[in-house]
Design a protein around this ligand. Structure first.
Ligand code: ADP
Ligand code: MG
Length: 239
């Protein structure tokens, strides 16, 4: 059970309020996409869910448990960033196993988890390589692999593909959707400013503007019944 409930969440940096009264319920297993223009608060909301950022007021619950004061590592969440931040001196296998070593997972279990993730990500033939011997797409897959081995209930992606070229972005987009399908019950929250990614990947899209939720709905709902001109223009529907 990893339903996420965000209630009356506000976040300020000093005098500047960047998230305003966010209310959002996410069901276990959903693929949710946050979209909106640069600076609207997407990353801050993601970081607040992960615990990397504190919240000013409101509550965050995961699986019915209040998370406000729970440290990031204890939330059952994995975050995949746009900059892959792999350890350059470690092999792909060691990069993927790193967090498992830190929490003292036995070697046999580490090897098993890495194998499962590598199979899923088509990295089995690359486990002995260093990051510099990989393509951009392969590096991004290793970054996802590092998250998968931790068996998180919730994956958070912050514009994971924005450093890749268009062809690779398409390929990785399909791959992330496939991985979501292979991990039943796993919730994914994916931030992008790319409407096509949002429309093709999401079960539901959350449109943000100036720190406020404008509309939440399935891609087709947003397209056919945009709540405002802003949503219509952002989604590209003819309102
Ligand atoms: P997005 O990811 O949608 O581009 P962000 O969540 O990064 O937007 O930023 C939302 C707003 O909060 C922006 O105005 C940004 O400048 C501000 N902001 C983000 N992080 C900080 C911080 N650590 N300190 C002060 N302001 C911040
Ligand atoms: Mg951002």
């Amino acid at each position: 059970m990893s339903d996420i409930r965000i209630s009356d969440l506000n976040k300020s940096f000093g005098a500047t309020q960047v998230l305003k009264n966010i209310n959002l319920d996410i069901r276990s297993g959903e693929f949710i996409v946050f979209v909106g223009p640069s600076g609207c608060g997407k990353s801050t909301l993601l970081r607040a869910i992960s615990g990397l950022e504190s919240i000013t007021s409101g509550t965050l619950e995961i699986g019915g448990a209040r998370m406000n004061d729970v440290q990031p590592a204890k939330r059952g969440i994995a975050m995949v960033f746009q900059t892959y931040a792999l350890y350059p001196h470690m092999t792909v296998a060691d990069n993927m196993a790193y967090s498992l070593r830190l929490n003292k997972t036995p070697k046999a279990e580490r090897d098993r988890m890495v194998k499962v993730a590598a199979d899923m990500l088509h990295l089995t033939d690359y486990l002995g390589r260093k990051p510099k011997e990989l393509s951009g797409g392969q590096r991004q897959r290793v970054a996802i692999g590092r998250a998968i081995v931790r068996d998180p209930k919730v994956f958070l992606f912050d514009e994971p593909l924005s450093n890749l070229d268009a062809a690779l972005r398409l390929k990785m987009r399909l791959e992330i959707s496939r991985i979501h399908g292979e991990l039943p019950g796993t919730t994914m929250i994916y931030v992008t400013h790319d409407q096509v990614e949002a429309m093709t990947m999401a079960d539901r899209i959350v449109v943000l503007k100036d720190g406020e939720i404008q509309q939440v709905g399935a891609p087709i709902q947003l397209y056919e019944k945009p709540a405002s001109l802003f949503v219509a223009q952002f989604i590209g529907s003819p309102k």
